[in-house]
Each structure stands twice: as C-alpha cells, then as structure tokens.
Design a binder for this molecule. Structure first.
Ligand code: HEM
Length: 360
C-alpha cells in the first residue's frame, strides 16, 4: 500500500500473518529507521528522539522492559482499583450535578485515565492541559513536522524539569523509582514521555467509543447491566471491535522474510493492520458484529509478542470500572447526538471521538 508520504509498504491483514510478524526478530520496531512506516503527511521524522521501549529491538528491549514491567502486574493494578473507582465516582457525581447534555469525552473519558497515569507516574495532574494538548497534536496525522517536533521538545523539557525536582524531592511513584534505578535521566524522560501519551489517549478513546457502542446496542447493554461479571469479556470484545491503535503494530524488515507466501525484503516497511486482523473471518465468526459474549481474548488490539501493550492490565481495569459504574449510576444515559453526526478521529493515529454529547 502507499502511505500518505508516498512511501510504498506491505500491508498485512490476516491475524496469523500479523502474529507471525510480531514474534519474528527479523522485524524491527525502530521508529527512527527511515523505512519504518509512519502514517503522517509531509516530512515526518522527528530528530533528537531518544528511543523509548516501543522503538527498541533486542538486545536493548528485553532488559528495558523488565525494568518497568513490575509496575504493571495484575497485582499492582488490583491495588489501584479502589482509587480508580473513587476517581470514576467523583467524575460521575460531577456529571450528574452538571448541565445536560454533557460531553462524556471531557467529563469522563479523558480525565479518568489521565488522573490515573499521572498518579502512577508522579506527574502533577494540574498540568494536564499542557500535556494533553501536546499529545493530541502529536497523534494527529496532519500536524506539521515542525509542530510535532516542538510538541516533543516541550513535553521532554517538561519531564526533564519534573525529574530534576524528583531527584531533590523523591516521591512514591514510578518515575522516582525508575530514576533511582537508572544513571541516565534521558532514558527515564523517554519512558515517561511514552507512558504519559500511551496512558491516557488510548484508554480515553476506548471509554468514549465503548460507551457510544453500548448505548447503540441496548439489548446487549441490558444483559451486561443484569450481570456485571460479563464486563471483562465485553471489554475484550469492544477492544477487538474498535482496535483503536490500528497501525501501532507496524515494523521494518531487517532481513528477507517470507510471510504468507510473499518475500518481504530487507529494508521494506510493513504495516500490520490490527483492525483487519481483528475482523479476520478465519478467527472471528461474524467478525463485523458486536458480540459481547464471544470471549475475544485472542484479539491483537494490544499487539502481540515482545512489545505487547505494557499497560493492558491497567487499561482493562479502567474500562471495566468505567462501564460498570457509568451504566449503573446513570441508568437513563443516552446519546444526545446521532452517531452519524459525531466527530470521529479519522485524522488521528489512535482512533476515537473528539466529543460525545450525552444526556439522561
Ligand atoms: C485501550 C488502551 C490501549 C491500547 C488499545 C493499547 C495498544 C497498544 C499496542 C497495540 C501496543 C503495541 C505496539 C507495538 O507492537 O509496537 C502497545 C504498546 C504499549 N503500550 Fe499500550 N495500549 C493501551 C493502553 C495503554 C496504557 C494505559 C499504557 C500505560 C500505562 C500503555 C503503555 C504501552 C507501552 C509502554 C507500550 C510499549 C511496550 C513495549 O514496547 O514493550 N498502553 N499498546
């Protein structure tokens, strides 16, 4: 396929082929490689970019991931549950006390994951407008290269100052702990940058799209309300159905590799179309239908292999708590704007909604 930049790359569409690529060390995640497929218009490469986890290959990737993986275990995430529940409840209190219609994106989808990742990292939530505006501009495909570069520099500068403060006044947070383990502050800046962006834009969009979809499928929503033990499975199906990080699973071949009977040559870029893989009829029956009970655990919405999403336990828990609490506490919730008039993020690398007006 041809990218907006004019570059020609391979596109993998099958579930099996994407999983094969994502577990094959002959494909690199190095986003600085000039042949790595980026879905941006115009000049695209950001310079002076210190590699973070998502861009690393072996032998660097494994040890770097092991340094931080302990922060995201199921057990660690379970300990966060009461605090996430409290954050969700406070935001729903505010929605109920506020005017109708409410924009669910601003009132719930963005602030919940943003507050959670800020507390986890030790980033002051009071600065959320600063980093949310930069990260949303970075994720838009149409943002000019100069502006993208400026956003990266500003965010990195912000994190550098924050880490300097933490060196003098350590906190009980992820960034302080990483700083203590590492003798290289720039490495922690790169990790903080990745987690700050990955930690809220993704989950936020899934909250909005999930809430919209559940409201559009009242029969399935009623079943979920009647039995909240079905929520974990429903969340997997919503993740499959939308696959918001559709292009995150791209790579560049560093050797010749045969996939699906085709030879991909060294240096060629490959886009793994995770959304298409998640609708592969060989893996999912009636793949275009939403079926909250299907148990879609084998989806690739969080990727697959060594780079599989580090924050997936956190994302799952946030989504489960949000959907359970939202529909329990606001039983009369409904869309205030028809779906076909909603502003979808067709121009962003992480799919979602810019606004979701709801009433009750
Ligand atoms: C619904 C929410 C989310 C989705 C759909 C999602 C999706 C993904 C995908 C597809 C990848 C793989 C990229 C690749 O193969 O190159 C990934 C990696 C990653 N995600 Fe997520 N993510 C979500 C939430 C989060 C959260 C909440 C965090 C952090 C708290 C996070 C942190 C990361 C990190 C650090 C990586 C890189 C891991 C590595 O390279 O070893 N994500 N995510």
């Amino acid at each position: 396929m041809t990218l907006p930049s004019g570059d020609e790359v391979w596109a993998l569409t099958k579930h099996e082929d994407i999983r094969a690529m994502l577990t094959d060390p002959r494909f690199s995640s190095n986003r600085q490689n000039p042949n790595f497929p980026l879905l941006l218009t115009g000049r695209r490469r950001i310079t002076n970019f210190r590699a973070s986890l998502i861009s690393m290959d072996p032998p660097e990737h494994g040890p770097a991931r092991r340094e931080v993986v302990g922060e995201f275990t199921v057990k660690r995430m379970a300990a966060l549950q009461p605090r996430i529940q409290q954050i969700v409840d406070e935001h729903i209190d505010a929605i109920l006390a506020g005017p109708k219609p409410a924009d669910l994106v601003q009132a719930l989808s963005l602030p919940v994951p943003s507050l959670v990742i800020c507390e986890l990292l030790g980033v002051p939530y009071a600065d959320h407008e600063f980093f949310q505006s930069r990260s949303s501009r970075l994720l838009r495909r149409t943002t000019p290269a100069e502006e993208r570069q400026a956003c990266v520099e500003e965010l990195r500068g912000y994190l550098r100052d924050l880490l300097e403060r933490k060196e003098n006044e350590p906190g009980d947070d992820l960034l302080t702990r990483q700083l203590a383990k590492s003798d290289d502050r720039e490495e922690v800046v790169a990790l903080g940058f990745l987690l700050l962006i990955a930690g809220h834009e993704t989950t936020a969009n899934m909250i909005s799209l999930g809430a919209m979809t559940l409201l559009e499928h009242p029969d399935q929503l009623a079943e979920l309300r009647a039995d909240p033990s079905k929520t974990p499975s429903a969340v997997e199906e919503l993740l499959r159905y939308f696959t918001i990080a559709e292009f995150a699973t791209s790579r560049v071949a560093v050797e010749d590799v045969e996939i699906g009977g085709v030879t991909i040559h060294r240096g060629e870029g490959v886009v793994g179309l995770a959304n298409t893989a998640n609708r592969d009829p060989e893996v999912f029956d009636h793949a275009d239908d939403l079926d909250l009970g299907r148990g879609a655990r084998n989806h690739v919405a969080f990727g697959f292999g060594a780079h599989q999403c580090l924050g997936q336990n956190l994302a799952r828990m946030e989504l489960q708590i949000v959907f359970d609490t939202l529909f329990r506490r606001i039983p009369g919730l409904r869309l205030a704007t028809p779906v076909d008039e909603l502003p979808f993020k067709d121009d962003a690398n992480i799919y979602g909604l810019y606004e979701l007006p709801v009433t009750w």
